[in-house]
Write a protein that binds this ligand. Structure first.
Ligand code: GLV
Ligand code: MN
Ligand code: MN
Length: 392
């Protein structure tokens, strides 16, 4: 497909949710994401593709019988991390519509239904739990628990959705024949325009609540302080060190402070640990080590620490036979693992799942600096069309 055609469709969504300070703020079911969901419905309408909603906030645009047997799903998500890039997610949805255009103009007659899917709340940027839509669809989370998740303003997922989520799709395994998610590669591993995913590192989020004693910054003697900021700061450094020692990844990038005043020792510091590793045992021992060091340090600081596991995403190995087949179909495209989470990873527990990666020239993602060459994106659309034609 021509780069020009890709760029023309991309331009329709490029400004939605883009913020002055840089990057995108597209939280699930918040205004920019709702505009993108309307755009999705319009795209589907333009192509005579009826849209269904699974009652969990995930949208499906159908070519062929809705939820007929062995449907092949392709798509991704619209939501972003705060000040994230525009390609992480939306690239998979835009490419899916364009791949369908290509299949139709080539006269392809699919034997199985094809659906373009937009999963809700993939990043967990609003309600804290990543891949919420695919977890609900696949029954990996209790709908009542999902409904009660709150955003930073106290609005629940159930309120934002307007209902308690419907939960798992009955007969999902016979209704979905395969899911193919096209996504920007989020590292520097891919040196050609398109690759195929092999695996996803296990990863998770842990909330660390550090409590101490709020007091006056001027009058409290240094020796008398019980300052949870010190315990937090030590924990950030310990997490980094433990991750380096074990070849894992640890990040503490979100923090809340009470009262968050320049001249008051905080009473509470809440920090989130994002931990990932090539295998579950390494990830678990990383989290255990960080927790131990935080607890020891709290003992020295006269503070307390409580650790809560907020989400876990297990190790994923994508269907090896399918990945090999797609790689061969795409002229021996490289097969590579990733340490980023994806809805395809969640569904891979139940249905044959594959991912196509589009080269990320800088390797930067979850940042305003994320970008992809439109020539590569157009090659990605061609690859996706080839894959869909092979699978349907
Ligand atoms: C999702 O993009 C994640 O890996 O956090
Ligand atoms: Mn992401
Ligand atoms: Mn993504």
């Amino acid at each position: 497909m021509s780069e020009k055609i890709f760029s023309a469709l991309w331009a329709e969504i490029e400004a939605i949710g883009r913020v002055d300070g840089g990057g995108y703020i597209r939280y699930a079911l918040d205004r920019p994401e709702l505009i993108l969901r309307d755009w999705f419905r319009n795209q589907a309408d333009r192509r005579d593709m009826p849209v269904t909603d699974d009652g969990n906030g995930n949208l499906f645009a159908w070519w062929g019988g809705q939820w007929g047997r062995g449907a092949v799903l392709t798509g991704s998500h619209f939501d972003s991390v705060p000040h994230g890039g525009g390609y992480d997610g939306p690239l998979g949805i835009v490419s899916a519509f364009l791949a369908i255009d290509q299949l139709r103009s080539s006269g392809h007659q699919p034997k199985n239904p094809i659906a373009v899917v937009a999963f809700v709340e993939e990043e967990g940027g609003r309600f804290g739990l990543p891949c919420l839509g695919s977890r609900l669809l696949s029954g990996a989370i209790d709908p009542a628990k999902a409904a009660a998740l709150t955003d930073r303003d106290g609005i629940t997922f159930g309120e934002a959705l307007g209902a308690t989520p419907a939960g798992p799709l009955p007969g999902l395994q016979s209704r979905i024949g395969a899911l193919v998610e096209l996504h920007i590669e989020q590292g520097r591993q891919l040196e050609v325009p398109v690759g195929v995913a092999s695996a996803i590192w296990p990863h998770g989020r842990w909330r660390f609540d550090f409590t101490g004693h709020g007091d006056h910054a001027g009058t409290t003697r240094m020796a008398d302080r019980r300052d949870p900021m010190l315990t937090f700061a030590y924990t950030v450094l310990a997490a980094n060190k433990e991750a380096r020692l074990s070849g894992a990844h640890a990040t503490m990038a979100r923090v809340e402070v009470e009262p968050n005043a320049t001249n008051a020792i905080p009473s509470l510091v809440r920090g989130w640990l994002d931990a990932r590793a090539a295998d579950t045992a390494t990830m678990d021992s990383l989290v255990t080590a960080v927790t131990k060091r935080a607890t020891e340090r709290a003992g020295r600081d006269g503070t307390e620490v409580e650790v809560t596991s907020e989400s876990l995403s297990g190790e994923v190995t994508f269907d090896t036979e399918l990945a090999g087949r797609l790689s061969a179909l795409l002229g021996d495209a490289p097969i590579l693992p990733t340490s980023a989470g994806h809805d395809a990873g969640v569904l891979s527990a139940l249905v044959p799942t594959a991912m196509l990666f589009v080269r990320n020239p800088t390797g930067i993602s979850h940042s305003p600096a994320e970008r992809a060459e439109h020539a590569d994106c157009a090659t990605g659309v061609d690859a996706l069309a080839q894959v869909l034609s092979e699978l349907t």
